[in-house]
Design a binder for this molecule. Structure first.
Ligand code: NDP
Ligand code: MG
Length: 387
């Protein structure tokens, strides 16, 4: 019987997906890919299935699933999972140990909950899932005694700094932010930002949605809320600091004033490898930081007038109830509209703000309450977006 850790990778064709495949390739003695899924990229999945010998293939989009099932590039005997419900069963395969959740947005919520109930360890990149349904996901993980390993680099850094620490000794955590594409751009010119400019991130190469979220700093806002659930902290124990070099991935301050940080170059392979091999470590796929030449580590507070999404996320977090779900939904609607050229860049925070103002807040008692709030917020946000 195989002693390798068996991995299911949701979002295999994306940016995190391809970095995960790099780590898997480098550590094929310890890790085995047993299942993959994407939305509709049949070509990408066929290539990965062939290269890694994977026979369990999921497509969130059922029509693409039907195309894949008829595609001769997949070896005979390949089992296909069509649509989100079947992808959820892919995430519970008896021969899987760990599920990497790296799909954009909240499409991975159902498969993640299914995997938790099947007692699979989760490596979570899809922060939107915790913003939408953090209470339900973390409760399910506690009840099933399942570990959620943070794959987002900031949260992974905090997780590493917290090893061996007591929760009561944590004073605060400090999330670092690169500041995105417009850290130095004058505020008066922010209205004229084009999608191409916003997609050009100085440090990180990522999917389109998260690159825009970095440019507006909504990404750090989502990460605030993500941190609240992953580490069970209040909003006033989570700070954000701009660190343009992206070497320090985040920090933890303890009650005695000591601060621990995790450092590595801006490559997601560090966080991914950490989650896949945890609690073990092994040689990395990327060179580590080089101290033989001079380097700087700069820190500065974020400019919240230029990046209102950060303040809006904190308001949503503090307002609690369904406001974090509404923040996430309105942001997704606005980002899509910006990428399609239907709204200007600075309209993104305006649409989020209006949605948070209009939607009636309430305490969600069931998972359906947050998914309904998500739909309602999308409807509200769409009113300010030209069709
Ligand atoms: P990409 O856009 O590069 O990839 C997205 C993946 O998700 C693809 O496999 C895509 O499939 C699939 N996907 C897209 N939309 C849907 C949908 N509606 N339903 C199901 N699957 C879908 O994204 P990233 O890899 O950049 O990001 C993935 C997640 O990881 C996001 O939640 C992001 O916030 C988070 N993250 C990313 C980081 C990064 O460095 N990129 C860093 C930290 C977190 P297909 O190819 O078929 O469209
Ligand atoms: Mg991050």
């Amino acid at each position: 019987m195989s002693t390798r850790k068996r991995i299911v990778l949701l979002g295999a064709t994306g940016s995190i997906g391809s970095s995960t495949l790099k780590v898997l390739e480098n550590h094929s003695d310890r890790l085995e890919l047993v299942g993959i899924a994407a939305r509709s990229n049949v070509d990408g999945l066929a290539e990965i299935a062939d290269k890694f010998g994977v026979r369990q293939v999921g497509l969130f989009d059922p029509a693409a699933g039907a195309r894949a099932a008829a595609d001769p590039r997949f070896k005979s005997g390949t089992v296909f999972y069509h649509g989100v419900d079947e992808v959820a069963s892919l995430a519970t395969l008896p021969d899987a140990d760990l599920v990497v959740v790296a799909v954009v947005g909240t499409a991975g919520l159902k498969p993640t909950l299914a995997a938790i109930e099947a007692k699979k360890t989760i490596a979570l990149a899809s922060k939107e899932i915790l913003v939408l349904a953090g209470e339900f996901v973390t409760r399910a993980a506690r009840e099933n005694q399942v570990l959620i390993l943070p794959l987002d680099s900031e949260h992974n850094a905090i997780f590493q700094c917290l090893q061996g620490a007591h929760h009561r000794d944590v004073q605060r955590i400090i999330l670092t932010a690169s500041g995105g594409s417009f850290l130095d751009r004058p505020i008066e010119t922010m209205d004229r930002v084009t999608p191409a400019e916003a997609l050009n991130h100085p440090n990180w190469s990522m999917g389109d949605k998260i690159t825009i979220d970095s440019a507006t700093m909504a990404n750090k806002g989502l990460e605030l809320i993500e941190a609240r659930w992953l580490f069970d902290l209040r909003s006033d124990s989570i700070d954000v600091v701009i660190h343009r070099q992206s070497f320090v991935h985040s920090m933890v301050e303890f009650v005695d004033g000591s601060i621990l940080a995790q450092l590595s170059p801006p490559s997601m392979t560090f966080a991914i490898q950490h989650t896949l091999l945890f609690p073990d470590r092994a040689t990395g796929t990327h060179p580590s930081l080089d101290f033989s030449t001079a380097m700087r580590l700069d820190f500065q507070p974020p400019d919240t007038s230029k990046f209102p999404c950060l303040t809006l996320a904190r308001q949503a977090l503090e307002g609690n109830g369904i406001l974090p779900a509404a923040f996430n939904a309105a942001n997704e609607v606005a980002v899509e509209a910006f990428l399609d050229g239907r709204i200007g860049f600075m309209k993104i925070p305006v649409i989020i703000e209006k949605t948070l103002e209009v939607i009636p807040n309430r305490e969600p008692s069931r998972l359906d309450d947050v998914t309904e709030a998500d739909k309602e917020a999308r409807g509200i946000a769409s009113r300010w977006v030209a069709p």
